[in-house]
Design a protein around this ligand. Structure first.
Ligand code: HEC
Length: 146
């Protein structure tokens, strides 16, 4: 009887263990992405000609992208596939090496842009090479917006 009860308890416990999710890591990566998005915002307005060129804002975005990209690869452990309204797609965990490599590429592009962008013309030519890293990864690995 006791045995059966214990078995029942352990069986009940199993599924909840299997779906236990790492909420903190999801919040952390979202906060890092949000910081990247916030830093990118003024540069997007500049690209569209809706704001004056501001080298300091570009350099800030470059710095934030480099700092955050270095952290993000490790913030997608197996227990963070669901919860916290994550927009991460399962494809991340099926292509982990490609996914992590994309953060390295983003950091490299940001570093190159730091050297090449000195004025409005070089910004116009070089910035899309950095921002392309965001969009191409979102297309493959982030849930599309409704
Ligand atoms: C290697 C892939 C990858 C790259 C590169 C990448 N992102 Fe993302 N991004 C994601 C994924 C995956 C999510 C969804 C994360 C989640 O919800 O758990 C996301 C979410 C976001 C979010 C929403 C954060 C929130 O509040 O939920 C913003 C904003 C964002 N990214 C901006 C950027 C910007 C700006 C760049 C480029 C500078 C960038 N991302 C580069 C994969 C990437």
């Amino acid at each position: 009887m006791l045995r059966a009860a214990l078995l029942a308890v352990s069986l009940l416990a199993l599924p909840s263990l299997a779906v236990a999710q790492n909420a903190d890591v999801i919040k952390e990566r979202k906060a890092n992405f949000k910081a990247m998005g916030d830093a990118a915002k003024p540069t997007g307005a500049m690209m569209k000609g809706e704001a004056d060129f501001d080298l300091a804002a570009v350099k800030n975005a470059i710095k934030v992208f480099q700092e955050k990209a270095a952290l993000q690869g490790k913030l997608f452990p197996d227990d963070s596939k669901e919860g916290e309204k994550t927009e991460a797609l399962p494809a991340i965990w099926e292509n982990k090496a490609d996914f992590e490599e994309r953060f390295v590429k983003l950091a490299e592009a940001a570093k190159a842009a730091d050297a090449s962008i000195t004025d409005e013309d070089t910004f116009g030519a070089e910035w899309p090479k950095v921002m392309g890293n965001c969009g191409s990864c979102h297309k493959k690995y982030r849930k599309p917006k409704d």
